[in-house]
Design a binder for this molecule. Structure first.
Ligand code: NOJ
Ligand code: CA
Length: 729
């Protein structure tokens, strides 16, 4: 029997507060709006929400520039509203985790205001201040968001350091007072009863205190230009090494792991609290129990093509690298990257592709994080009017396109929109009502609503439709919740030579349960040999009759079919032996506490699909007559598809950089009578032009007294902490 923590079982749902639901009619989402939709989330099967920053902020980086860590932005509500939301969520057994921005504050934060006021202020050393050198900044480091990492402050005649925007000065984590103050922030929210944190940009917290000049042989703008022009892999490899050299003193310094261990010890004192890091680096799991609980599987999210070979290679690499006790975490989208359907949709099979992406999240081993709107198939909205841009990154890239690359205005706007992050932050689409029901009619939402809410991409319509994407998510989440093998079973790949179908087993040795997952990721029929001398019973399928039994020697799958099977009750157990030959390096198994870490097998090169093999993205090609709208991801290493079916190298961009230009293709003309300033999704039949962009960028028992009731202390019926899992069959 296996005991799981709540964050291992829960489906997480990321909410961008500004865009979820506007309760007070000002066009801006708010906490009360979220609270009013908790029933929706509960019905969907969501058991935890991650709230993007809800703190007061001047909004230069749309909340990631925090001006007060212990409060609520006035446009989102009050601390009282927050408490109400937390209580109501907990009442529904929905946990709440917050976004914790440790690396930097807003330049409007009182700490920084004090720090910049005079050189001898006690808070001066809370930030990184240095004298200039030779009439310029202290060294030649760059900000990942463009320009020097140093900003001169004439008031005191020194420079301060910022990894992100200049309005986001980096805190000096080498000063114990900073750690003390931030840990107080952590305690403040934990005392209120929140259930954990998503840690923003963890890799950037420390930088080399000696401030050595980086020795990259070109400037960042030159590098960007060269990267843009690079066409072959060797050149990109060379440029990539240069980029690593450029930022080597600013990212992933070893000190950050000491801090993570301290933070883990702090939260452990509060009981079953979770820390999830905005990083893909498995090193942040520490020894599996002493740093972060969860680290995102960003390499899967960033895969330019989602093929069976890509998923298998991804699972093999990630699971083999997990330390004992560590738990995987999968996601297909967030507020920094293109929406999953804009990334992988091909304009012809979007309905099916959305289901495949959902099925991956809900059946692979690990905690799934869904991004708001993904469950109804929301897509990127590419703004075509520069004045509507909210994300400064989009505007910055527009300028780079114009000034560095000489791109004509109209094209530069589109490129800026694709580079920026407004595209994936548009209001949640609740209904066919005006403004998609996000805010009242006649009110201008803070970002335009995607017009496809009128075409069924909205909650109300999909609740009525038994075959909708939303219904699919609800069914599969329910199945996941009641199927122990799907929650906790080891991952055993099957039919590994199939180019079309991804087939694997989730197998729970403790209780003998198992679930066979098969998805045909191609538009043609697939035939896979399983050679399992057993029968399966269909649990869930897009094509088969549920409850029907069949021999598992082979599987014939319809195009894009998704089928889950359990062992036939008349023939139970034999699935357990599947894939056991040489399974040591083939299966990802939830490691037992205290088990020895085995060295990961060498990463296997995924099979090369034959010509014509379908992935979830078509091979890149320019839509006829619209060359410039095509994704130019080859500019960016992360978007380079590599050999067909291969994963992009996991090469450690700092959280979210560089972004890639992609998203839905822009049609040549705006629709007649359409809303100015946006470009809608392609019609069926349009060629895909999108590929993924990278992301940005055992606890001790019982909370201390004074904590508000966290569900850990009031487990839901049948979902108690550490509830022994029962077999499903
Ligand atoms: C990562 C966040 O996801 C992104 O939105 C933000 O701009 C940077 N960190 C800086 O906080
Ligand atoms: Ca509002």
């Amino acid at each position: 029997m296996t005991s799981l923590r709540w964050w291992q079982k829960a489906v997480f749902y990321q909410i961008y507060p500004r865009s979820f639901a506007d309760a007070n009619g000002d066009g801006i989402g708010d906490l009360e709006g979220i609270r009013r939709h908790l029933d929706y989330l509960q019905d969907l099967g969501v058991e935890a929400i991650w709230l993007c920053p809800h703190y007061p902020s001047p909004l230069v980086d749309w909340g990631y520039d925090v001006a007060d860590y212990m409060n609520v932005a006035p446009e989102y509500g009050t601390l009282e509203d927050f408490r109400r939301l937390l209580e109501d969520a907990h009442r529904r057994n929905i946990r709440v985790i917050l976004d914790l921005v440790l690396n930097h504050t807003s330049d409007q934060h009182p700490w920084f205001q004090e720090s910049r006021s005079r050189r001898d202020h006690p808070k001066r050393d809370w930030y990184i201040w240095r004298d200039g050198k030779d009439g310029g900044p202290p060294n030649n480091w760059y900000s990942i968001f463009g320009g020097s990492a140093w900003e001169y402050d004439p008031r005191t005649g020194q420079y301060y350091y910022h990894f992100f925007f200049k309005e986001q000065p980096d805190l000096n984590w080498r000063n114990p007072a900073v750690k003390q103050a931030m840990f107080d922030v952590v305690r403040f929210w934990l005392d209120m009863g929140v259930d954990g944190f998503r840690l923003d940009a963890v890799g950037t917290i420390f930088e080399d205190p000696a401030l050595p000049d980086q020795t990259a042989p070109m400037s960042y703008p030159e590098w960007l230009k060269a990267w843009n022009a690079a066409t072959d892999e060797a050149e990109r490899e060379r440029l990539w090494r240069i980029r690593q050299e450029m930022f080597r003193y600013q990212e992933d310094l070893p000190e950050v792991h000491d801090l993570m261990r301290e933070l883990r010890a702090l939260v452990n004192a509060y009981g079953d609290v979770v820390l999830v890091g905005e990083t893909e680096d498995l090193a942040y799991y520490g020894n599996g129990e002493d740093e972060l609980h969860l680290v995102f599987n960003f390499p899967l999210m960033k895969a330019p093509r989602l093929t069976p070979a890509v998923v298998r290679a991804n699972q093999r690499e990630r699971l083999a690298g997990l330390p004992p006790g560590a738990w995987p975490c999968n996601t297909m989208g967030n507020h920094d990257v293109s929406r999953v359907l804009s990334r992988y949709g091909d304009g012809r099979h979007d309905r099916e592709i959305a289901r495949i992406a959902a099925a991956l999240m809900l059946t692979l081993w690990g905690t799934p994080f869904l991004y708001y709107g993904e469950e109804i198939g929301m897509r990127d909205l590419i703004l075509t009017d520069l004045s509507l841009f909210k994300d400064p990154l989009g505007r910055w890239w527009y300028t780079v396109e114009r000034e560095l690359f000489g791109t004509p205005h109209e094209e530069a706007v589109i490129r800026g929109a694709r580079f920026g992050r407004d595209k994936c932050r548009t209001p949640m689409q609740w209904s066919r009502a005006s403004n998609a029901g996000f805010c009242p009619p006649g009110v201008a939402p803070w970002l335009p609503v995607h017009p496809n809410y009128q075409e069924g991409v909205n909650v109300a319509d999909q609740l009525e439709e038994p075959d909708s994407l939303l219904a699919f998510y609800r069914r599969l989440i329910r199945l996941r919740q009641r199927t122990p093998a799907l929650l906790a079973g080891e991952y055993v790949p099957l039919a590994e030579d199939s180019e079309e179908a991804l087939v694997f087993l989730r197998r729970l040795r403790e209780d003998g349960s198992a679930c066979l997952v098969a998805m045909n990721m191609s538009e043609g029929p697939a035939h896979v040999r399983l050679d399992l001398p057993t029968w399966g019973r269909c649990l869930f399928s897009t094509h088969r009759k549920e409850g029907a039994e069949e021999a598992l020697r082979e599987l014939r799958l319809a195009p894009f079919e998704i089928t889950l099977m359990e062992p036939s009750p008349n023939d139970p157990g034999s699935l357990l032996s599947a894939g056991s030959r040489g399974s040591g390096d083939r299966a990802g198994s939830p490691p037992r506490r205290g088990s020895r870490r085995t060295s990961p097998p060498p990463p296997a090169r995924p099979a090369r699909p034959s010509r014509g093999s379908q992935g979830l993205t078509e091979p890149l090609r320019d839509p006829p007559g619209r060359g410039w709208t095509t994704c130019r991801c080859s500019r960016w290493r992360r978007c380079d598809p590599g050999p067909p079916g291969s994963l992009p190298a996991s090469d450690g961009w700092p959280a979210g950089w560089p972004p890639t230009i992609h998203g839905d293709p822009v049609p040549p003309r705006r629709p007649a009578g359409g809303t100015a300033g946006w470009a809608p999704s392609p019609r069926p039949g349009a060629l895909p032009a999108s590929r993924p962009d990278p992301p940005w960028g055992p606890s001790s028992p019982g909370p201390p007294s004074g904590s508000s009731a966290r569900p850990a202390s009031r487990p839901p019926p049948g979902a108690e902490e550490g509830l022994p899992l029962r077999t499903s069959g």
